[in-house]
Design a protein around this ligand. Structure first.
Ligand code: NAD
Length: 263
C-alpha cells in the first residue's frame, strides 16, 4: 500500500529529542522525506537519522543549525531546498524554557526564548511559503502550548512567545488560505520530555518545593486527567493535519492538554 506522505518533504525543527523526534518518526513512517534539526550527540543523531530512513525508505537529512541565528535558519532552509526542492510540511517545534520571576528574568534568556520559540518560526515560514505556493499544497504546524492560550507565573518569555506564535499562525493561515496551504497550532499540555524534566530544579527553587510537589502540585495540577500527554499523541495529531481530511482546518489552535484549558 502506498504511504500517505510519499513524495512529500517535512522539515521539523528541534527534532533530535522529545516531541520533534516523535513527529519525524510519524511523518517518515508515512513515507515523507524528513529534514531533522536540533542539538545532541553526533553518533546518537546519526543513529536516529538512519532509523528514520529505515522506516519507509524515504530520505532523512540532518541540518544541525542554531535557530536563534537568522543566517543559520536561512542556510538550513536552503539545504532543504537544494536536497528536496523545498519543504511541503513545516513543523516549527524547537523550543526552550526558563523559569524565573519577571523582575529577575535573565536578559539573555528572554532574548534566546523569543528568538527560538517565536522569531525562528517567522523565518522558516517566510522561507518555506514560496515553495508551497508553487505546489499549491502545504502544511505549516507549530508546536505551541497550553501556554499559547493561558499563562503560568514565572514563565514570562515562554508564555509571550507562545501567545505570539498563536497570533502569527492565524495571520499566516489567512494569507495562504487560497493556496492549498494550512497553518495551525498544536497546543500540548505537559508532555514528559527533557524540556519538562529540566525545568523541575528551577521550579523547585522558584516555588520552594520538593520534586514530588512540582510534579503533582505544579505540572499535573492543571491537567484534569492527571496524566502526561505523550509525544506520540502529539505526532498523531500532526499526521492528521497533513491528511486531506484536515484540508479545511486552518488558523486553528488544537489543544491536547488533558482538559487544562477547558477550566
Ligand atoms: P526537548 O527539549 O525534548 O526538545 C527541544 C528540541 O529543540 C531539541 O531537539 C533541541 O536540540 C532543539 N533545540 C534547542 N535549542 C535549539 C536551537 N537553538 N536551535 C535548534 N534546535 C534547538 O523539548 P520538547 O518538550 O520536545 O519540546 C518541543 C516543543 O514542544 C517546544 O516548542 C516546547 O515549547 C513545546 N511544548 C512542550 C511541552 C512539554 O510538556 N514537553 C508542552 C507544550 C509545548
Amino acid at each position: 500500500m502506498s504511504k500517505s506522505l510519499a513524495g512529500k518533504t517535512a522539515l521539523i525543527t528541534g527534532s533530535t529529542s522529545g516531541i520533534g523526534l516523535a513527529y519525524a518518526k510519524a511523518l517518515a513512517g508515512e513515507g515523507a522525506n524528513v529534514v531533522i534539526n536540533g542539538f545532541g550527540d553526533a553518533d546518537g543523531i546519526e543513529t536516529e537519522r538512519l532509523g528514520l530512513e529505515a522506516l519507509s525508505g524515504a530520505k532523512a537529512l540532518y541540518s544541525g543549525h542554531d535557530l536563534t541565528k537568522v543566517d543559520q535558519i536561512e542556510t538550513m532552509m536552503q539545504e532543504a531546498a537544494d536536497a528536496f526542492g523545498g519543504v511541503d510540511i513545516l513543523i516549527n517545534n524547537a523550543g526552550m524554557q526558563h523559569v524565573a520571576p519577571v523582575e529577575e528574568f535573565p536578559l539573555d534568556k528572554w532574548d534566546l526564548i523569543i528568538a527560538l520559540n517565536l522569531n525562528a518560526a517567522f523565518h522558516t515560514t517566510r522561507l518555506a511559503i514560496p515553495y508551497m505556493k508553487e505546489k499549491k499544497w502545504g502544511r505549516i504546524i507549530q508546536t505551541a502550548s497550553a501556554h499559547s492560550l493561558v499563562a503560568s507565573p514565572f514563565k514570562s518569555a515562554y508564555v509571550t512567545a507562545k501567545h505570539g506564535l498563536n497570533g502569527f499562525t492565524k495571520t499566516v493561515a489567512l494569507e495562504v488560505a487560497t493556496f492549498g496551504i494550512t497553518a495551525n497550532c498544536i497546543s500540548p499540555g505537559y508532555v514528559w520530555t527533557p524540556l519538562v524534566e529540566n525545568q523541575i530544579p528551577d521550579t523547585m527553587k522558584a516555588r520552594n518545593m520538593t520534586r514530588e510537589q512540582v510534579m503533582n502540585d505544579v505540572l499535573l495540577a492543571g491537567q484534569p486527567t492527571k496524566q502526561f500527554v505523550t509525544a506520540e499523541q502529539v505526532a498523531a495529531t500532526a499526521l492528521y493535519l497533513c491528511s486531506d481530511a484536515a484540508a479545511q482546518i486552518t488558523g486553528a489552535n488544537l489543544s491536547i492538554d488533558g482538559g487544562w484549558t477547558a477550566q
